[in-house]
Design a protein around this ligand. Structure first.
Ligand SMILES: Cc1cc2nc3c(=O)[nH]c(=O)nc-3n(C[C@H](O)[C@H](O)[C@H](O)COP(=O)(O)OP(=O)(O)OC[C@H]3O[C@@H](n4cnc5c(N)ncnc54)[C@H](O)[C@@H]3O)c2cc1C
Length: 499
């Protein structure tokens, strides 16, 4: 953790100052908005970001957490995107080694089926070369099952080993935001953009709702980085809707029930889509699905019964002897991919994951893309923003390291982790003190991932966590009770098996 996000009250006061005018106002506190804020602030722009809920509460805490090139996209011919992504992966591994770590992958090969050993070997060779590494090798069935006990090799012709990377997506967002704040940016959660303000055919700011009040914020350039929600602010100006939100869900089970060392990748028996099982923060994640999200986008997504069955069927097919069932599920995690609709009614998994940038009456919208490529997306967005700023000198758009100092989570009392999670009470205290914790779910689902890692959202430690908020944030009895029931409802409705 680094220097924190600064006081929310101070940030809100700066935002509400009617005399103030921002160079850039970013809407959306996911990885895309955070990256833009970071790159804008470090170039001396007066930059602010507002997030309608909590930072990273949209898609950027619900991804598969892979920092990767997306072998699947390369197989679909998206070489440029894959090259860009694997280069970013290598950069993040170098520049944030505690936050982004190398992830071993075992891609299983099915007997007599495509892709065979030769084709996959050639593909993975190109993938590695794009990244400037040479990590791949063939694994026999024996090696595969030695590394990943429980994997059923009866239908397999071995696997290919290679490496990608893994992170904590919400922590990545927070670290990028904290780096932006260290460079003078303002970031506020629970501050929602209601609608763009327009004058003479040009967007000049937004109206914002925060803490029960509505006020106007003026900016030379407004950037709409609201991911899957991008149409909401843009459609009234652009006269079109372009998003195709696609839901993806995961099951989280104890690692001892599925003790994989690699991200074991295999084809789903029903539709042939690749599915993974991998270790993350001491648990095993099984994912993911890829479906049109037909629910109400204003609410949080949740896994459906059909998705649970789909993921359990995948596990049963590849890890039959482990007999993973509903009783093993610690938690679930569902997110909505911000995918730009090709308009061609494509299979969801075939829609491009490339980002799109549109400028409408000076409103710059950026959506799509991947967690992995947030830095180049931010740079491309700044290129679109630059001519609208009316600066006297051009904005320097040189490439810089993502972090000036690599984020570090070392703490004195790490030796006493909470219930087998990688977190200590010192981590929770630090988050409460400096990371704009407004709700218990901010603390247990995003500042830490305890709510994903422990059964019942970590209900066993919720009382102590609330006590911490009582002491350090001044929450009274009523607030504590309200936060507890809010948290229980969120965990039950959005991070558990369907009731
Ligand atoms: C299941 C799944 C798995 C994925 N796996 C990977 C992976 O392994 N690797 C990878 O690289 N990518 C992955 N992705 C993609 C990646 O997660 C997304 O591309 C990325 O998180 C999008 O970030 P974002 O900032 O654009 O959107 P978001 O994180 O959704 O941020 C947008 C924010 O805008 C806020 N907002 C909306 N409206 C308003 C408003 N009016 N005012 C203020 N704020 C507002 C929302 O609350 C939200 O927090 C995955 C996605 C999913 C769904």
């Amino acid at each position: 953790m680094s220097g924190g996000l600064g006081s929310r009250a101070d940030a809100l006061a700066r935002l509400r100052d009617p005399a103030g005018r921002w160079d850039v106002l970013v809407i959306g506190g996911g990885i895309t908005g955070a990256g833009i804020l970071r790159e804008a602030a470090r170039r001396g722009l007066r930059a602010a970001l507002i997030e309608g809920n909590d930072f990273a509460s949209g898609t950027s805490s619900r991804s598969s957490k892979m920092v990767h090139g997306g072998l699947r996209y390369m197989a679909q011919g998206a070489f440029t995107m894959t090259r860009k992504a694997v280069k970013e992966r290598e950069r993040l591994l170098r520049e944030a080694p505690e936050l982004v770590t190398r992830m071993p992958v075992a891609f299983t090969l099915r007997k007599g089926k495509f892709p065979g050993r030769r084709v996959f070997g050639a593909l993975i060779g190109v993938y590695d070369r794009m990244a400037g590494i040479n990590d791949h090798r063939f694994l026999s069935n024996r090696e595969l099952s030695d590394r990943n006990p429980g994997v059923d090799t009866s239908q397999l012709a071995g696997a290919y080993f290679y490496t990608d990377a893994l992170t904590d997506d919400a922590r990545l967002v927070l670290c990028v935001l904290e780096a932006a704040v260290a460079d003078g940016a303002t970031a506020v959660n629970y501050a929602r953009a209601i609608e763009p303000l327009r004058s003479d055919g040009r967007v000049t700011g937004v109206s914002v709702a925060a803490d029960g009040e509505t006020f106007e914020v003026a900016a030379n350039v407004v950037v709409n980085a609201t991911g899957a929600w991008a149409d909401e602010l843009r459609a009234g100006i652009a006269g079109e809707r372009r998003m195709r939100p696609l839901r993806g869900s995961h099951l989280i089970v104890p690692h001892e029930r599925l003790p994989v060392s690699d991200a074991v990748t295999f084809f789903h028996p029903d539709d042939g889509r690749p599915v993974y099982a991998y270790e993350w923060l001491g648990v095993t994640v099984i994912g993911t699905t890829d479906l049109d999200f037909e629910g109400d986008l204003s609410g949080e997504p949740a896994i459906t019964e059909g998705e649970v069955e789909y993921l359990l069927a995948a596990a049963a097919n590849q890890f039959g002897s482990a007999a993973i069932g509903r009783d093993d599920v610690i938690s679930t995690m569902s997110g909505v991919r911000p995918v730009v609709d090709s308009g061609k009614d494509k299979d969801p998994s075939k829609e491009t994951r490339e980002e799109a940038i549109w400028v409408d009456e000076g409103l710059v919208t950026v959506t799509g893309g991947k967690l992995t490529t947030f830095r180049p997306i931010a740079m491309a967005t700044l290129k679109a923003v630059e001519p609208l700023l009316g600066l006297e000198a051009p904005l320097p758009l040189d490439e810089r390291p993502v972090f000036d100092t690599p984020p570090s989570r070392e703490r004195a009392d790490r030796a006493q982790p909470i219930d087998g999670t990688p977190y200590s009470w010192a981590d929770l205290r630090a988050a409460v003190d400096s990371e704009q914790v407004e709700h218990l779910d901010d603390l247990l689902l995003r500042r830490t991932r305890i709510g994903n890692l422990l059964p019942g959202g970590g209900d066993a430690i919720a009382t102590e966590a609330l006590q911490l908020c009582r002491q350090r944030l001044g929450w009274g009895d009523e607030r504590v009770a309200a936060e507890r029931s809010r948290y229980e409802r969120i965990v039950l409705d959005h991070y558990s098996l369907p009731q």
